[in-house]
Write a protein that binds this ligand. Structure first.
Ligand code: ADP
Ligand code: MG
Length: 330
């Protein structure tokens, strides 16, 4: 593998000596062009990790390198944040009384006015905000403002773009659009993206490397499909999917054998069908999810969840036959 663009070795940062809040002994290697997603519950240390990478926070110990050179924190630098990186915050830092094009152009120097105009124009085209060029920021919706902020962040052609929960203010439709924009700027402009999110879907759909944080500790990292399908920890399965856990005894009752303590199963691994090996379960509850529904099932005091891809065909109190296609042992 080539030299990483960013590497973290044993990075720890605690906000106070008597508290474990922060991040602990993080090792991480990011390649140019990667789309990294840092996923974890609220308070797991995601923002702390992002600020450490950006240089807004100094680690207590450990080393962060950018292209093989130590990255200095705010103590050593007057202006925090690395020149080759840009961070998009929840507060967009836009000049709300200025126009869209002015907000974007102001990021560039005045040396070559023609190229400045052209660059701003092509960036507005890229993010489909060219029709808003002459509007003032206060006249824009939250989603439009976010695209302007994104244009400002990438017009100076940073090598790395850092985003902290960029979807939190967007409704579902805008979220899908903004996800597509991020994917495009990663793939077409080659910008390395580091995205922090509490929503695992963002990481699963966008990233090529997903990092699971819990209580400031990097639990595991890897390709999203690998982490989802074979997580090292039950915690990860519960965070990323709707995994449920059975004890070895409960598994035994279902005909699932293990020498380990627990079984972890995703609802989509529970097939609703009858066969020689299927067992009858009582439908205790139904959770409608739109294009599918989760069925809470019970048999011999063991509860499981099955994903039903055809909502509306079952009712509470009915019995169904299921076959467990796959399970993981922990
Ligand atoms: P996340 O972004 O995953 O929600 P943070 O990185 O913001 O988590 O916070 C991690 C932990 O550090 C939390 O327990 C939080 O309360 C604590 N923390 C964050 N910032 C500060 C700060 N400036 N001072 C003290 N504690 C902080
Ligand atoms: Mg945060």
């Amino acid at each position: 593998m080539s030299q990483p663009i960013i590497s973290l070795q044993n990075i720890s940062k605690h906000y106070s000596e008597d508290s474990s809040a922060g991040v602990n002994s993080i090792n991480l290697s990011i390649q140019k062009g990667d789309f990294i997603a840092i996923v974890g519950e609220s308070g797991s240390g995601k923002s702390t990790l992002l600020k450490l990478i950006y240089g807004l926070l100094m680690p207590d110990s450990g080393e962060i390198e950018f292209k093989g050179k130590p990255l200095h924190g705010p103590i050593e630098k007057l202006i925090p944040g690395h020149d080759s990186m840009k961070m998009l915050n929840q507060n967009f830092n836009l000049n709300i009384y200025a126009r869209v094009y002015e907000n974007i152009e102001s990021m560039l120097s005045n040396e070559d006015l023609k190229s400045k105009k052209e660059k701003a124009q092509s960036m507005m085209n890229f993010l489909r905000i060219d029709h808003l060029a002459n509007k003032k920021i206060i006249e824009l919706s939250g989603g439009e403002q976010q695209r302007v902020a994104l244009a400002r962040a990438i017009i100076t052609e940073p090598e790395v773009l850092l985003l902290d929960e960029p979807f939190s203010q967007l409704d579902a439709l805008l979220k899908t659009q903004f996800r597509a924009d991020l994917k495009r700027l990663n793939e077409e402009l080659g910008i390395t993206v580091i995205l922090v999110s509490h929503d695992p879907v963002d990481g699963l759909t966008l990233s090529n490397q997903m990092i699971i944080l819990k209580d400031g500790i990097l639990m595991e990292s890897g390709k999203p499909d690998q982490i989802y399908l074979a997580p090292a920890y039950i915690y990860t399965g519960k965070l990323l999917g709707n995994a449920f856990v059975l004890s070895a005894d409960e598994g035994q009752k279902m005909g699932l054998k293990t020498k380990k303590e627990n079984l972890m199963i995703y609802p989509e691994w529970v097939q609703l069908k009858s066969s020689w090996s299927s067992k009858g379960y009582l439908i205790k509850d139904i959770f409608f999810k739109g294009f599918y529904e989760d069925l809470l099932l019970e048999r011999d005091n063991v509860q499981i969840i099955a994903m039903n891809p055809r909502p509306g065909i079952y009712a509470k109190g009915q019995k169904v036959q299921v076959v467990v296609d796959k399970y993981l042992e922990y």
